[in-house]
Unconditional design. Structure first.
Length: 156
């Protein structure tokens, strides 16, 4: 939880570190710059005695030609999805669900969806597929209402 190995004085971070993920409840190993950076920050805090549990929301990105691919969350185990945007125009996002729980979002050339997804997952907010279908404005309003109703939880 604090990037400690089975030997408490030894920490592990980055691509090789497998850990129990707070969101999935399972062991994961994420290979991304952002994950390694988030883990390094937590390891530094652990070393100086301010140990928190690792709770960063995983996110990734890649630029391929004229496409910006961005992902937030972990979508393994999903059983349904909602698509926003225009797939034919390479401007769309796929919101992945397991039952009614939002697992993650994959976006192509829709950075606003990605940033909103990071805020939602970080706050513990899981909008229904019906709210997602209302689009970014509806999602922003629903997130704001959630943050007002549950400020302590939404603050992380």
């Amino acid at each position: 939880q604090q990037m400690r190995t089975s030997v408490p004085e030894i920490l592990a971070i980055g691509d090789a570190a497998s850990y129990r993920h707070w969101f999935t409840g399972g062991d994961v190993r994420l290979e991304s710059v952002q994950n390694a950076t988030d883990q390094a920050r937590l390891a530094a805090r652990t070393i100086i005695g301010h140990a928190d549990n690792y709770s960063a929301v995983p996110w990734f990105w890649s630029d391929i030609g004229d496409m910006k691919l961005q992902m937030v969350g972990l979508i393994a185990g999903g059983d349904s999805h909602v698509v926003l945007g225009d797939v034919a125009e390479n401007k769309f996002s796929i919101y992945h669900y397991a039952a009614s729980r939002l697992l993650g979002i994959e976006s192509v050339n829709r950075p606003g969806d990605h940033m909103l997804g990071r805020k939602m997952l970080g706050a513990g907010f899981s909008p229904s597929p019906q709210i997602v279908a209302t689009g970014p404005d509806g999602l922003k309003a629903a997130l704001a209402a959630f943050q007002q109703a549950e400020p302590a939880r939404a603050a992380g």
